[in-house]
Write a protein that binds this ligand. Structure first.
Ligand code: DC
Length: 222
């Protein structure tokens, strides 16, 4: 494997992308790019500015003016700044998660993010995680993975994540929310979630983090 290679990891919410991508990057000494965090940061700014779902033009203007900066962090994998303010933790709220669909469906928003993601990944040595990375952002990446897991397992993981943070949540509600997000991600007109034809599928249901990381490292080391 070349040191300047690009590894893409796509898949639906709760499939384990973030945990796996961060760990693979750490072991290989690569950068890690969480593209979902970029869309989350834009959504946070749009909500803070009071932009609504109907105001697409205003949203595009806002995105044009926004300066997004992502930096490597040994603990968090990646930190993100919007116009000079760090928002790494602020972008993980339910409000952002529930509103992100109308931000990431807009053509000009995706166009700017694609450009930025390509710039960040231009030197390689990077693991990039998202929904359209192997299909649209880095279609020529030499290593592509598509992670998935059963809906029950994905919901259970999210529930456990919340519980570990001390947040009470309802498993059935989480399951419904994930189904809705899946539906929006799969049916989006521009850059929907799709497995790239040449991506390796990994069903993470019942697998440990070590199992999945091991599979990926094995593939890229061949
Ligand atoms: O990975 P995440 O759950 O933080 O992503 C949040 C949302 O961002 C997800 O529901 C879809 C969107 N997204 C996208 O449209 N394209 C990407 N490359 C990454 C995320």
């Amino acid at each position: 494997m070349k040191k300047n290679t690009i590894i893409t990891i796509d898949g639906p919410a709760g499939a384990g992308k973030t945990t796996i991508a961060k760990e693979v990057a750490k072991r290989l000494g690569f950068l890690y790019l969480d593209t979902g965090a970029m869309y989350r940061a834009l959504t946070l700014k749009a909500l803070t500015e009071g932009i609504t779902v109907e105001e697409e033009e205003k949203l595009v203007e806002m995105v044009k003016e926004t300066i997004l900066i992502a930096k490597k962090d040994d603990k968090k994998g990646m930190r993100i700044w919007v116009d000079g303010e760090e928002v790494t933790d602020k972008i993980r709220t339910e409000e952002v998660t529930n509103n992100i669909w109308w931000v990431c469906r807009v053509k000009d928003v995706r166009k700017k993010m694609k450009k930025l993601q390509r710039e960040i990944g231009s030197s390689g040595g990077i693991v990039v995680e998202g929904r359209d990375i192997g299909t649209v952002v880095f279609p020529k990446a030499p290593f592509k993975f598509y992670l998935d897991a059963s809906i029950d397992e994905r919901a259970k993981r999210r529930w456990l994540e919340q519980t570990n943070k001390g947040i009470q949540s309802d498993l059935e509600k989480i399951k419904q929310d994930i189904k809705e997000r899946d539906n929006k991600d799969f049916t989006r007109e521009i850059a929907p979630l799709k497995k790239a034809e040449d991506a390796i599928s990994v069903d993470t249901t019942g697998l440990s983090i070590e199992d999945v990381v091991g599979k990926i490292i094995e593939q890229v080391s061949q």
